[in-house]
Design a protein around this ligand. Sequence first.
Ligand code: S6P
Ligand code: ZN
Length: 192
Amino acid sequence: MALIEPFATQLDLQTGKLSPVTRIVQRRLSDMRGMYADTQAENQIIAQEGDRLIYEVYTATELPEEEGQVLHCTTIIYPGKVGDELHMTKGHYHAKRDRGEVYVGLSGEGCVLLQLEDGTVRSVPMGPGTAAYVPPYWAHRTVNTGSAPFSFFSAWPGDAGHDYATIERVGFAKIMVWRDGKAVLVDNPRYK
Ligand code: S6P
Ligand code: ZN
């Protein structure tokens, strides 16, 4: 296993940004084609306002993706909706399904949606200071349920890996939508 020098990273608790930063991944609406339930709304946003920035992932230091390392980063999800569905991450299973993760809320309001392969879904609300546990076997996707950016810190085992393809294919059985002035979890009409 690689021997890493100890180091610290500065976390901005207001914005969720890390410094120094070596990699910022930006996910725009076009990177998530087909993930929001309302495809018409998705196409309309891209045609009328352009390719909206949905979320960013800040990584301070590239660590080897191997057993024993603890990978970590922050995510900032900007507020907004596609149709009535709230801005969210793509979501994934870990390639090694028996690897868990911890999320710590920094700013804004949101939730983590979790799903087992049999379609069981759970929703865990998050805000500043919430430590949410993502147990092994659960796919996870985070959602901004507020009107400000929602940011959180995450840490997971170095050998977990990421399986995006399964969620791209089947989706989540529930989606978080804005109805009557609040965020509610409803059945996903496009869940396969
Ligand atoms: C990694 C962890 C998070 C997400 C990030 C973006 O295991 O769960 O750091 O990568 O929140 O979400 P996604 O679904 O695009 O990776
Ligand atoms: Zn993960």
